[in-house]
Design a binder for this molecule. Structure first.
Ligand SMILES: [Zn+2]
Length: 345
């Protein structure tokens, strides 16, 4: 086992820059698990920033992670645009009611100000405090909704999928609007202190829209947004391909620095795309981390680590870690990372 000599920030940046750092970086998308592990309910994260920050700092220390996450996947932009967001007592918030019921409603939408509107200032404050707490050596990773996802949230998924057939121009007008809005929020995340922008688009995977529709309605808008965020100072874009994305990875790797992989063979994925992106993943969050034993977690973690030789790999789970895995299972991942240490040759 090699002694750690680099900071988490240098480690992550090294893999992004085609260098081999001192050890394999370890990241977990950890809003849900982090809060439970700290013994606090989800809703408290939206009441007192220090509660959420405390939970992230505890994870960072206890599992030797290489980054902290904002209150990720909170649909604050969608809410500020007028959609209804519900915050359950001890589960993540979600959009319960869209606000765009047709083209006429699009005309009424006003651009939002991330520093003033809805819950966005609260989330930005959490990021600023997190950055202050961890300092320059640890990356703060913050989530930005891509334009297609926000369009689905404020219009309704089914309605938007039907609009693609019935009124494609309306969908494009809506996407122009959400691109501007999502980009403005993403820039504010960077300004607040986020080092890496994490994003995910589960409503645009292979089970939701065709490749042709992805090319026309989702990809170009994300591409524009991610490029603007890099220009604004984001050190990397981490794109989580939630669900099945096999027929569209070629496009996703064009505009991300890290692909946080869900259901892929890491070795094959890396062999194909490591010249373009860093591969991150993919111990199964539900089947293994939540429902398996720590021995099963360790075995699967070691299989993932088989993708590590040569660098360009970040060790992680395949999706957000759910609220309730036994801490011993997350510990098993941390132990494997510790045992592997430096990148295997
Ligand atoms: Zn996922």
């Amino acid at each position: 086992m090699a002694l750690a000599s680099m900071s988490p920030m240098d480690r992550i940046m090294a893999v992004c820059h085609h260098e081999i750092p001192d050890r394999v970086p370890f990241l977990l998308t950890s809003r849900e698990f982090g809060l439970r592990y700290a013994g606090v309910k989800h809703s408290k994260a939206y009441e007192d920033p220090e509660i959420y920050i405390g939970a992230q700092l505890k994870l960072l220390k206890d599992f030797q992670l290489d980054g902290v996450w904002d209150i990720w996947c909170t649909p604050a932009v969608d809410e500020a645009l007028g959609a209804t967001m519900e915050i359950p007592d001890d589960d993540p918030p979600w959009i319960t009611r869209p606000c765009v019921h047709g083209p006429a409603d699009l005309e009424k939408l006003k651009p939002v100000n991330p520093w003033r509107d809805g819950r966005m200032p609260y989330l930005l404050d959490v990021i600023a405090r997190l950055k202050k707490a961890v300092g320059p050596d640890v990356p703060v990773i913050a989530w930005a909704s891509p334009p297609f996802r926000t369009a689905c949230m404020i219009r309704g998924n089914t309605e938007l999928y039907m609009d693609i057939y019935d009124n494609p121009q309306f969908v494009k007008n809506l996407l122009e609007f959400t691109t501007e809005t999502c980009t403005a929020y993403g820039k504010a995340l960077v300004e607040a202190g986020a080092d890496i922008i994490a994003t995910s688009n589960p409503v645009a995977n292979m089970d939701c829209i065709s490749l042709d529709h992805f090319k026309e309605f989702a990809h170009p808008y994300s591409k524009r947004m991610f490029a603007a965020l890099k220009d604004a100072g984001a050190k990397a874009i981490n794109f989580h391909t939630c669900g099945r994305w096999d027929d569209r990875y070629e496009l996703c790797v064009e505009n991300a620095d890290i692909i946080h992989c869900d259901r892929v063979d890491l070795g094959e994925f890396k062999a194909k795309y490591s010249n373009k992106v860093v591969t991150m993943g993919n111990v199964k969050s539900v089947a293994t981390l939540l429902q398996g034993t720590s021995e099963q977690v360790a075995a699967e973690a070691l299989q993932c680590m088989a993708a590590a030789p040569g660098g360009r790999y970040i060790f992680s789970s395949d999706c957000a870690v759910p609220r309730d895995p036994p801490p011993a299972n997350v510990r098993a991942m941390a132990n494997v990372r510790e045992e592997v240490g430096a990148y295997p040759v």
